[in-house]
Write a protein that binds this ligand. Structure first.
Ligand code: IPD
Ligand code: CA
Ligand code: CA
Length: 259
């Protein structure tokens, strides 16, 4: 792989190795809130990714979860989640990944998500399809909600805010085949892209949770919108991703929770 994709791949591989090598070992844990934590491995992974990117593209912008990042006049901005699924990681639950996206003039042009335990690399470039370990992937063909396996997650402020997704969760478990809350939004999106899940919704996510995954879903033939089926923006607080076929049914269920 060459150019920016090659750099993203190299950074994700190196960061993934750090996550894998330290998985199950003792961690230094700091709390960003009551239940929102960060470990020394999140920080080491992020430092590794940022150094690799800055070495090649020193003028590019960086937006990363655990540091201040970097602003510049460059149209390119790298959006990085060095460890998506930190709670899982800290508990030894094997569902987490590295997520790296590249935005150019506010459009995501490249996304790479790496699960180092399963050695699964999900890659998409705008207009070029989505791939899992170099094999083209497509969303599922499930065409109704009652036969769909869905995924979601809950925001860290769920105890303080009424907008905590519990209403939507209740509505979806009554209308889909089943709903999973596995703890990594980036991997949830990859699973929609390759058909393990049929749909995914969540609120109050950050750009680094969804930037790479949303492109991967779209390039795999899926659709990503807000809860009403309108345009999706990685900087907004709603994401609804699906295989297209069940999208309208999902919008109808989300409507019930919003009324
Ligand atoms: C979290 C995960 C989780 C989602 C949270 C995210 P983190 O990211 O993606 O699935 O429900 O809202 O913040 O904190 O593990 O990088
Ligand atoms: Ca995250
Ligand atoms: Ca993270």
């Amino acid at each position: 792989m060459k150019g920016m994709l090659g750099v993203a791949f190299y950074a994700a591989s190196n960061a993934g190795k750090i996550l894998k090598d330290n998985f199950g070992k003792s961690l230094e844990i700091d709390f960003k809130g009551d239940i929102n934590l960060v470990t020394d491995i999140d920080r080491l992974s992020e430092k590794t990714i940022v150094e690799i990117i800055m070495d090649k593209y020193p003028d590019h912008q960086i937006l990363a979860e655990e540091s201040e990042g970097k602003r510049s006049e460059s149209p390119y901005r790298w959006i990085i989640d060095p460890l998506d699924g930190t709670t899982n990681y800290a508990h030894g639950f094997p569902f987490f990944c590295v997520s790296i996206a590249l935005e150019k003039d506010r459009e995501i042009i490249l996304g790479i998500i790496y699960d180092p335990l399963l050695e699964e690399f999900f890659v998409a470039e705008k207009g070029k399809g989505a791939y899992l370990n170099k094999k083209k992937i497509e969303v599922s063909s499930t065409d109704n909600l009652i036969h769909s396996l869905l995924a979601t997650g809950f925001p860290y402020d769920l105890r303080e805010s009424e907008e905590n997704n519990i209403d939507h969760f209740n509505n979806f478990i009554m209308s889909a085949q089943a709903v999973r809350r596995a703890g990594s939004a980036a991997l949830d999106l990859c699973y929609v892209a390759m058909g393990r899940f049929d749909g995914f919704w969540e609120l109050k996510l950050s750009p680094w949770d969804v930037a790479a995954g949303s492109l991967i879903v779209k390039e795999a033939g899926g659709i990503v919108t807000d809860f009403k089926g309108g345009d999706f923006d990685i900087y907004s607080k709603e994401i609804l991703a699906s295989n297209k076929k069940i999208h309208n049914e999902m919008v109808q269920v989300l409507k019930k929770g919003m009324s």
